[in-house]
Design a protein around this ligand. Structure first.
Ligand code: NAP
Length: 483
């Protein structure tokens, strides 16, 4: 299957923080891949901006190094790289000062799409937004892209929304959650809403429970100081896991349109019940496999920040009453694996006397590695000797289904940046969604802070704290293996 590439309009894209880690690891390699795919028009320009003094050629050299580091050798070639680098420019700009803004104003064209990517610390978002408008740089159709974290609680998210709203309309603000850019996540919507098969069963009458797992093998490493102020709840659940939950739980939108989709997601977040403390397990990893434990990376030897969290979440609406959603995410776990597993209920009556081997139907949506979906179904075990049942997967691996072209499927950042240029906000979080997510998250965090709960230690390389197993066992269920 050939992956179609639909060109975008000419644009000027400014990457604030263009010399930073995210820009070098994700944004520029992603733009290069889109360039190779022929999606970036000849008139497009990409302008890096940061305080450091560099000329265009030095900056191009830095980005060439990043591409050599972060794009596999087989996927790059000197000709396309040379042509791509000619699209890059650099302006030294201080987000908090006056340096560089006049030059940026002179550089930006008014007759092409203008996009400004804020790949800088969130504390600078307001400064940049203010200067883009006070210097008359951003046109009325300009778009701004803001990175996570979007606030650390409801109050700070509201304040950030209010600051951005002073300078840009909601329709111009693209809040990135890169999970929404993943191919499988969008496929989830295609599977749910482009097939008649699933939607009639997509409710608590037929679905026993849903598990959402985002497991990482890496620890906090050099980011201990940042992570200590965040933790797994703020860093992963409030945004990424919440977005996945919304896509599973939302009602069918009337159209695949940004506000229609985001209205439905918002309704899910508002229907989430508060989570009692007995439905939460927090953990902190210990040293193992030659690497230090969480506390050794933290600046605070008494840190109570969680590197793991598991929660049982209830949605109070007609569709989901009685179907728990179990969420878990953590660092230094057994394997790097992200998946959503939807477990269906038992058939109301079994006609097979010997139902040995019977297992529930499970729809597994795998985000990484091996993006794809499979549906576990029961069949007859082959051969004579009566009716014995066995479970097999109906498999849809994207790599297999698309063949070698699967390599050309854009990664999350590539897709999202192209969506910004196209002006499509469907896969970006709206301000009210982010605030609703914090409104649900805040009391959970306040609860454990008030009780001074300590996270439970867990061994690195395992599937997390023992109590997380109990969270499921006491309901007669179990987590899927992390692998
Ligand atoms: P970083 O490596 O620290 O880079 C920060 C960038 O901002 C540098 O280019 C820096 O260059 C520039 N900068 C700092 N102060 C500035 C100022 N006053 N005016 C203009 N430019 C300034 O940070 P990062 O890891 O790339 O993260 C950037 C954003 O993405 C953050 O919001 C982060 O939370 C988010 N994010 C990062 C990742 C990741 O994997 N790195 C993942 C998700 C989200 P100068 O010092 O030369 O100015």
């Amino acid at each position: 299957m050939v992956v179609r590439v639909i060109p975008v309009d000419p644009f000027d894209l400014v990457i604030f923080g263009g010399t930073g880690d995210l820009a070098r690891r994700k944004i520029f390699p992603g733009l290069y891949r889109r360039f190779q795919a022929g999606q970036i028009p000849a008139e497009a320009r990409i302008i890096g901006a940061a305080r450091g003094e560099h000329d265009d050629d030095e900056f191009r050299g830095m980005i060439a190094e990043s591409i050599a580091e972060f794009v596999p050798e087989a996927r790059r070639d000197a000709d396309s790289l040379g042509a791509f680098l000619q699209r890059l420019f650099y302006i030294a700009i201080d987000a908090r000062g006056e340096q560089g803004w006049a030059q940026l104003k002179q550089t930006m064209r008014i007759d092409v799409v203008q996009a400004y990517y804020f790949s800088v610390a969130p504390a600078l978002f307001g400064d940049i937004a203010e200067r883009l408008t006070s210097h008359g740089i951003a046109g009325p159709e300009a778009r701004i892209v803001v990175e996570k974290p979007f606030g650390r609680d409801l109050a700070s998210a509201r304040a950030l929304n209010a600051t951005l709203a002073l300078h840009f309309a909601e329709g111009q603000i693209y809040r990135i959650d890169h999970y929404l850019g993943k191919e499988t996540v969008q496929n989830l919507m295609a599977v749910r809403f482009a097939n008649i098969l699933f939607e009639p069963l997509w409710k608590s009458e037929y679905i026993d429970h849903v598990q959402i797992t985002v497991a990482e093998t890496v620890g906090v490493d050099g980011r201990g100081a940042y992570y200590d102020k965040s933790g797994a709840m703020r860093d992963m659940v409030q945004n990424h896991l919440m977005q996945l939950l919304c896509l599973i739980a939302m009602e069918p939108p009337y159209h695949f349109d940004p506000d229609a989709v985001r209205d439905e997601k918002l309704k899910v977040i508002r229907a989430l019940d508060p989570v009692p403390s007995h439905d939460i397990v927090r953990g902190q990893y210990l040293a193992g496999s030659g690497e230090g434990g969480y506390l050794e990376h933290s600046e605070n030897p008494q840190s109570r920040t969680e590197s793991y969290i598991a929660l049982k979440v209830a949605i109070s609406n007609w569709r989901w009453k009685g179907t728990p959603f179990y969420l878990r995410t953590g660092k230094r776990l057994r394997a790097r694996a992200s998946e959503i597993a939807v477990t269906f209920r038992e058939p109301p009556h079994s006609i097979f006397d010997d139902a040995e081997g019977w297992r529930e139907n499970v729809l597994v949506i795998r985000l990484q590695p091996d993006e794809g979906m499979h549906l576990m179904v029961m069949i007859k075990e082959p051969g004579p000797g009566g009716m014995r049942l066995t479970q097999v997967p109906l498999d849809m691996s994207f790599a297999e289904a698309l063949g070698p072209e699967a390599e050309d499927v854009p990664d999350a950042y590539e897709r999202l940046i192209m969506d910004v240029i196209r002006g499509n906000q469907t896969l970006f979080m709206r301000g009210d969604e982010v605030e609703a997510a914090w409104a649900w998250t805040d009391p959970i965090i306040e609860g454990w802070e008030e009780r001074s709960d300590r996270p439970q230690p867990y061994d690195a390389g395992t599937s997390g704290p023992e109590d997380a197993l109990m969270l499921m066992h006491r309901d007669g269920r179990r987590w899927r293996e992390i692998r």
